[in-house]
Design a protein around this ligand. Structure first.
Ligand code: ATP
Ligand code: MG
Length: 210
């Protein structure tokens, strides 16, 4: 069976992942491509239930280690029941956050040791590694301002973690982009919506056809 293509969207809060994910999905759907747009944590009934537990409450409701385990449990179900079957059926799969968010939020910024993160990643992801990861790069300040002005009724538990935490997120994503240049493309998310979309499409087209 023909194999599809797996894209993940990563970056800090308010960096434009969901906005650009929708645009990317629309772009390829309008060209007749089978697209699955999904998100983490979530993407399955089990994952959405875990998401609801993870995003509410006080910042200290879960330790980074318990977050990593819950995120990984949700990811294992997501990969096994949604992502891998869709790729096998030839779809373009776009996941709004995936394994790099765990590496960065719970690992780099949360302090969970890298070997623990790596073991959880092997259990959850296996060989279902993204073909392309777009990392939306934006200052913590601007991202949080955007997320706040989005006007969601309740800012979530991750948005409420301090400025220092969000600066570490950006560092962590930079380190991944540097370490895995074949998989990752850093997108300057401070540009206007259309310019960001153009950068996204350029990166995707280059990998899809290159
Ligand atoms: N390039 C841009 N310029 C200005 N505003 C933007 C841009 N991209 C997104 N926004 C706005 O910023 C807000 C956050 O965008 P979005 O929800 O796509 O970010 P996100 O990365 O999905 O955030 P989260 O991590 O919280 O899910 C939205 O109100 C969106 O309309
Ligand atoms: Mg989003």
């Amino acid at each position: 069976m023909k194999r599809g293509f797996f894209i993940t969207l990563e970056g800090g809060e308010g960096s434009g992942k969901s906005t650009q994910g929708k645009r990317l999905a629309d772009h390829f759907r309008s060209r007749g491509r089978d697209v699955v747009l999904t998100r983490e944590p979530g993407g399955t009934p089990q994952g959405e239930a875990l998401r609801a537990l993870l995003v509410r409450g006080d910042t200290g409701t879960w330790s980074p280690a318990s977050e990593a385990m819950l995120m990984s449990a949700a990811r294992e179900v997501h990969v096994r029941t949604v992502i891998a079957p869709a790729i096998a059926a030839g779809a373009l799969v776009i996941s709004d956050r995936f394994m790099d968010s765990t590496r960065v939020y719970q690992g780099h910024a949360g302090g969970v040791p890298a070997d623990v993160i790596a073991a959880l990643e092997r259990a959850a992801v296996g060989d279902c590694v993204p073909d392309l990861t777009l990392i939306f790069d934006l200052s913590a300040e601007e991202g949080l301002a955007r997320a706040t002005s989005r006007g969601s009724d309740c800012e979530d538990r991750f948005e409420r973690k301090g400025r220092d935490f969000h600066d570490k997120l950006r560092d962590g994503f930079h380190a991944i982009a540097l370490a895995e240049p074949h998989r990752c493309v850093l997108i300057d998310a401070a540009q206007d919506l259309d310019a960001v979309q153009a950068a996204v499409l350029k990166a995707v087209e280059a990998r899809l056809h290159g």
